[in-house]
Ligand binder design. Structure first.
Ligand code: PRX
Length: 639
């Protein structure tokens, strides 16, 4: 069986096969990868514990699949094209050969600094090629990477480092994003005050911002490289890993206050990201593929690094932001590097669309053959704009639905092979068995129905555990509905059997494609000394998809409410990061609670949406009068 599906008829046939004979199907897919030793058993599983093992007995290293196996044929092919934040700075190209050399070199740096198989390494770097090198070097020696997005605060870094007991942190002096400079090392320094497990910090030079370097703990990336060079740049053969050895941890928000460390393992994740990448995008040998995500999120892990590189693709990474120096930057990059496949988020599309067509006009986008979106539902207007202005009506758009926990795409069009409909993720990829259930876990069969989206059979890229707390994994994903993986998403299956994701059904917000738990934001707001209690809900936001709306009870009446709002925002930035700052803060004297003390979020959501015509039954509230007060306050806030 070829890895790429080429026609709709083939898709239907293979899909059927993958359901009837899943183990045979996945074994055939896995044959397309390089194994030091093949598996004894394709799959062992139960969703009760859960216990999920793919390709047991197999031995491999994912970096041999991403690098070594390509070098003979594709050694001079660009693996990574890096476009800097500042368009006047030179871009960089790393061929497969060069990337392998650099990964081996940095693997030796890690070893020289005492890092061994199984150690956890926290990576907090800007979007520079060294981030890819650091990630792959960890994977090469079997260290488990935990990449933290550059927008997270010192407190968030400390929580993640402590949860995983990281021994090493890899960071940079600073990072560029548009006109801003982010003082990464200084943020790490603040974090490390709370982290006992960290023995070493490797600091890359990027902005050359002054930084404090602590003797015995902090070393420069460049100096460490020089040491390896004076050792004669010895090769660093890849560590042989077991199929289910941990590859990485990536933290994500849920409905509780504490982010979870989603764990992915070597073999299944490798097979799944490679298979989904090549299929959904129908990657062709000379195409340049550009994913605008940050490597700090799962999209960057799976579809800037592992998926594309395991398929020998050219992956373009961008350090900056889409609207600087102006809203034409992405189109300049497409033109400059002759990008064929562009994969971005609806929030970026909406903001560039809002900036005006003048930024697209005159740009040569003729190289584009395929487009993709990810992270949140895309509205029809943005879909058509993307299709017409960027794809010129000729490039299929793959609306890829997936999650940090799924490792790769589950429901997505296959470009040019399966149909597309604006706003729909369409059909499951072969190997994926979605089902819709009602509140009680009863399957909702047939078409033209909506329900909670679950998956009833394992796939290789799925979450194995939440780091250090397996019970939490079980409770969150496998206990809501018996024998099913619960996604947390609501979903419609239309008359044609096409899937459309309608959004989260739990207390998780999706702000600009970033997952943020309301409880997490509430905890952060409540840290502010003047706050007694808060309730956070999402509301529709024209660019971000969802905005964050906070109802706050403050301990004293402030004459300058705006200043208090800024104080609260500052607190949230400190505790979580600027990405979690509320867009709106409304001060209230009470919250709508039931007699048992539960906040009626349904009412707050309606008020935040500006739809107060029908708030439903409010008679069970402890103090129904508070609702009118909140309604009035909301109208005032809207102006
Ligand atoms: O609600 C879904 C939404 O993003 C959630 C997963 O977020 P995260 O783990 O951060 O991963 C984002 C990148 C994969 C999902 O539960 N989501 C993701 N993709 C789509 C989507 N909603 C609608 N359409 C999509 N294509």
């Amino acid at each position: 069986m070829d890895l790429q599906i080429k026609s709709f008829e083939e898709y239907q046939r293979i899909y059927q096969y993958s359901v009837e004979k899943p183990e045979e199907f996945w074994a055939e897919i896995a044959e397309h990868f390089y194994w030091r030793r093949k598996w004894n058993k394709v799959l062992e599983w139960n969703f009760k514990e859960p216990n999920i093992k793919w390709f047991e007995g197999a031995r491999l290293n994912i970096t041999e699949n991403c690098l070594d196996r390509h070098v003979y044929k594709l050694g001079d092919k660009p693996a990574i094209i890096w476009e800097p934040n500042d368009p006047n700075e030179a871009h960089r190209v790393l061929t497969y050969k060069q990337l392998l050399d650099k990964v081996e070199q940095f693997s030796n740096v890690l070893k020289n600094n005492g890092i061994r198989k199984g150690d956890r390494v926290c990576i907090y770097l800007p979007m520079v090629p060294e981030l890819v090198i650091a990630v792959l070097a960890c994977a090469r020696i079997g260290a488990i990477h935990s990449v933290v997005f550059g927008g997270f605060s010192a407190q968030s870094i400390a929580d993640r480092i402590n949860d995983a007991d990281c021994r090493l942190v890899i960071t940079a002096d600073g990072g560029f994003r548009g006109t801003k400079q982010i003082a990464l090392k200084s943020i790490v320094d603040d974090a490390l005050v709370q982290c006992k497990s960290v023995e070493r910090v490797i600091v890359l030079t990027r902005t050359r911002t002054p930084v404090s370097m602590i003797k015995g703990r902090d070393v420069w990336w460049e100096d460490e490289i020089k040491k390896v060079e004076t050792q004669g740049n010895p090769p660093c053969p890849a560590e042989e890993m077991n199929a289910e050895d941990l590859l990485f941890i990536l933290y994500t928000s849920g409905s509780t206050g504490k982010p979870k460390g989603v764990v992915h393992t070597c073999a299944g994740y490798m097979v799944y990201t490679g298979y989904t990448f090549t299929n959904a995008f129908q990657y062709q040998p000379d195409e340049v593929y550009f994913c605008t995500a940050d490597i700090g999120w799962i999209t960057g892990h799976s579809y800037i690094i592992y998926g594309p590189l395991s398929q020998g693709a050219t992956s373009l990474m961008f350090e900056g932001v889409p609207n600087w120096p102006d809203a034409g930057r992405l189109w300049d990059i497409v033109e400059k590097h002759k990008v064929n496949i562009l994969y971005t988020a609806p929030t970026a599309i909406r903001s560039l669309m809002a900036a005006g067509d003048q930024y697209v006009e005159g740009k040569d986008l003729s190289t584009i053959t395929k487009l993709g979106t990810v992270g949140e539902p895309i509205n029809e207007e943005a879909w058509h704009w993307y299709d017409q202005k960027i794809g010129k009506g000729k490039a299929p758009i793959v609306d890829t639905w997936w999650q940090t926990e799924t490792g790769g795409f589950l429901i997505s069009p296959i470009a040019g092979v399966t149909p597309t409909v604006p706003g729909y993720a369409m059909l499951p990829l072969p190997g994926v068995q979605p089902i819709l259930v009602d509140e009680n876990g009863q399957e909702i069969e047939g078409n033209g129905v909506s329900g909670n989206l679950c998956i009833k059979y394992p796939w290789p890229g799925m979450i194995r555990t939440t780091y250090g707390d397996h019970e939490r994994c079980r409770q969150t994903y496998f206990s809501v509905y018996e024998n099913l993986y619960f996604t947390g998403d609501g979903c419609l299956r239309d008359e044609n059997g096409y899937y459309r994701i309608t959004g989260r059904v739990d207390d998780v917000l999706n702000v600009s494609g970033h997952r943020i738990g309301t409880a997490e934001v509430e905890n952060a707001i409540n840290m502010h000394s003047d706050v007694i209690e808060s309730a956070v809900v999402g509301y529709p936001h024209p660019v971000k998809g969802q905005g964050i709306y906070a109802f706050v009870i403050a301990s004293q009446h402030h004459t300058d409410e705006d200043l208090t709002r800024q104080d609260i925002n500052q607190t949230v930035s400190r505790i979580i990061g600027a990405i979690a700052k509320p867009d709106k803060i409304q001060f209230v004297s009470g919250l709508p609670k039931t007699r048992s003390g539960k906040i009626m979020r349904r009412i707050l959501r309606k008020i935040a949406e500006g739809d107060t015509s029908n708030l439903g039954d409010t008679t069970t509230l402890l103090d129904p009068a508070v609702v009118d007060e909140i309604k009035e306050g909301a109208e005032k806030l809207r102006g």
